[in-house]
Each structure stands twice: as structure tokens, then as C-alpha cells.
Write a protein that binds this ligand. Structure first.
Ligand code: FES
Length: 146
């Protein structure tokens, strides 16, 4: 991650709430950083931590995971499963030498387009702060790089 570049963010979103919220942000013309790429999942509970690590290996600076608010998952408990898996993923990030704040998790409903835009702005700012600390590394197939 370089200081002078916009952080590349991969957003993994549940299609029922967070993806619809991102869509609403777009149709409402809320501004958010352009380097956020969105991938739609049926439920946040289907987001495997392996996907998160592959995103870092592919060069993303941050991964945003969002699903329905607790109690609103269309499949009942998917977001509770996601919360547990993401907690483990954050610990694994530390284990491999990446800052756990490079994984951002939140809950965004279909009516929270503005929140989606704000989360993207906030996460981008956090990633830029990490880049300025010059302690952040990049994960690759060969291991960690400066
Ligand atoms: Fe949205 Fe499960 S359907 S988190």
C-alpha cells in the first residue's frame, strides 16, 4: 500500500441488504471513493475468510464485509456466523503480519445508502492512515512484502 495512491478496497456484500444499500448510494448520488469494487453474495454467512485472504494476495489494500443488521438476515443466522468467522479472520490477519483494521465489518440495510457511502469514506481514510504509518505490508503468494 502506497501513501500517494488511493487504497483499493474490495467490498463483499450480502445481496439482500448491503448490496441494495450500495445500489441506493449510487442511485441517490452519494459520493464515495471510486476504488471500491463490489462483489455480491447471497448472505454474509457465505463469505469465506479464504476469499478475504485471496483479496489481499491479489493486491487489495482493504476488504469491507457487510450484511444485514443482526436479527434481519434473510436466512436467519447467516450474519451471526459471519461475525464469528470475521473475528477469526481478523486474528489470522495479525498472525500473518497484516493490520487487522484492513478488514472492516459492518451492517448496512437496503435503506442505508448514505451509511454505505460514509463507511467507504471512513475505511479509505483508515487505510490511508495505516499507509502513512509505513508499517503496513502487502500479502503475496511468496509471503509479506514492504
Ligand atoms: Fe443478509 Fe444473511 S441475508 S446477512
Amino acid at each position: 500500500m502506497k501513501i500517494d495512491e488511493e487504497p483499493e478496497i474490495l467490498a463483499l456484500l450480502c445481496k439482500w441488504c448491503s448490496y441494495a444499500g450500495a445500489d441506493l448510494a449510487g442511485t441517490s448520488r452519494f459520493k464515495y471513493p471510486p476504488n471500491v469494487k463490489v462483489v455480491k453474495f447471497p448472505c454474509s454467512g457465505r463469505i469465506d475468510p479464504v476469499i478475504i485472504f485471496k483479496a489481499f494476495i491479489e493486491g487489495y489494500d482493504g476488504v469491507l464485509v457487510s450484511g444485514c443488521h443482526p436479527g434481519d438476515c434473510h436466512y436467519g443466522t447467516g450474519n451471526y456466523h459471519a461475525r464469528r468467522k470475521l473475528g477469526v479472520a481478523r486474528k489470522l490477519l495479525e498472525t500473518v503480519g497484516l493490520h487487522p483494521d484492513r478488514l472492516y465489518t459492518t451492517w448496512i440495510s437496503a435503506s442505508e445508502g448514505e451509511k454505505f457511502a460514509n463507511v467507504c469514506e471512513d475505511f479509505t481514510a483508515r487505510l490511508k492512515d495505516l499507509a502513512e504509518q509505513k508499517e503496513e505490508k502487502t500479502l503475496s503468494r511468496e509471503g509479506l512484502r514492504e
